[in-house]
Ligand binder design. Structure first.
Ligand code: HEC
Length: 206
């Protein structure tokens, strides 16, 4: 299992790197505020615990609702996913907090990974490519705005292949409803253990 403290320290090392670059006089004249705030251990600790809490809540609620909905069959569950996933994200978000899911191959185009979410995804892709376990891995960063960003990987399990597996393995009614609801669907062709995307949270500055 990937040690979360270790992935955190990797991110911290990145910040130390940024801080060193910013200290070069040619790039940062005296008195100019740094474009990227230096992440203090306090800020990253707070982002990690708050991020874990909200992203954990998002994942729990989605899996609970998905499992309940699948009892009525996958076609009904697709309807539930489409209408309730965004509503669950809104319910989990608090004051100044936004949460969601992001991927490179979206079903819902609104979930295409952009800006820091693409960085987080690239980090987990790298870990995955190196054969490291994604289970328990986290990514955390203090953004130039001072807000904090937190992400966890979403991995394909048995629960997911009904709707995200290879197209020739999908039930005909599932294929049909996906084609109707999501004409540009890219979110098929996954196998057990594949990295599907991330669950993310953006948190207020501290
Ligand atoms: C019943 C079918 C179904 C199952 C089972 C299912 N999904 Fe999805 N998934 C969907 C639908 C539909 C969407 C699009 C939701 C929307 O419109 O926002 C989606 C969207 C997503 C997204 C957001 C990115 C995107 O492509 O829009 C992620 C990430 C995701 N699913 C991961 C998973 C994982 C991981 C599992 C297994 C734990 C899973 N899904 C199981 C139907 C399903």
């Amino acid at each position: 299992m990937l040690d979360p403290a270790r992935s955190l320290s990797l991110v911290l090392i990145m910040f130390v790197g940024n801080a060193c670059k910013a200290d070069e006089p040619a790039k940062t004249p005296a008195g100019t505020p740094l474009a990227t705030p230096v992440a203090t251990p306090d800020a990253t600790d707070a982002a990690t615990s708050e991020g874990k809490r909200v992203v954990g809540e998002l994942k729990r609620r989605l899996v609970t609702r998905l499992t309940e909905a699948l009892a009525g069959g996958p076609v009904a569950a697709i309807e539930v996913c489409g209408t309730e996933a965004p509503a669950i994200a809104t319910a989990v978000a608090g004051a100044g907090v936004t949460v969601g899911r992001a991927t490179r191959k979206p079903r819902n185009p609104a979930n295409l990974a952009s800006d820091w979410r693409a960085d987080a995804l690239a980090y987990f892709e790298q870990q995955h490519a190196e054969g490291k376990k994604l289970d328990g891995a986290i990514w955390v960063r203090v953004l130039p705005s001072g807000r904090a960003a937190y992400a966890e990987p979403l991995v394909i399990s048995n629960l997911c292949v009904t709707c995200h597996g290879p197209t020739d393995a999908l039930a005909p009614d599932v294929k049909q409803v996906l084609a109707t609801r999501y004409p540009g669907d890219q979110a098929t062709g996954y196998a057990l253990g594949d990295l599907r995307g991330i669950a993310w949270a953006e948190l207020p500055a501290r």
